[in-house]
Design a protein around this ligand. Structure first.
Ligand SMILES: [Zn+2]
Length: 60
């Protein structure tokens, strides 16, 4: 099985993960920082909320 090593963006500790981890959210066991592993993600923040457009004001 494929093994992937990623570095925590905060403490830079190495996390060893098994299998397909692209796009998965993981949590650093050292500093408890949750982050997403890049790979399948496209540009522009994958966590950007796609709701609540600016001009969605609805007066009833
Ligand atoms: Zn960390």
């Amino acid at each position: 099985m494929a093994e992937t090593v990623v570095a925590c963006p905060k403490c830079a500790s190495k996390l060893k993960l098994m299998g397909d981890v692209a796009g998965k959210a993981v949590k650093c066991p050292k500093c408890a920082t949750a982050f997403r592993i890049g790979g399948a993600a496209k540009s522009a923040g994958p966590d950007a909320p796609k709701k609540a457009p600016r001009c969605a004001v609805r007066s009833n």
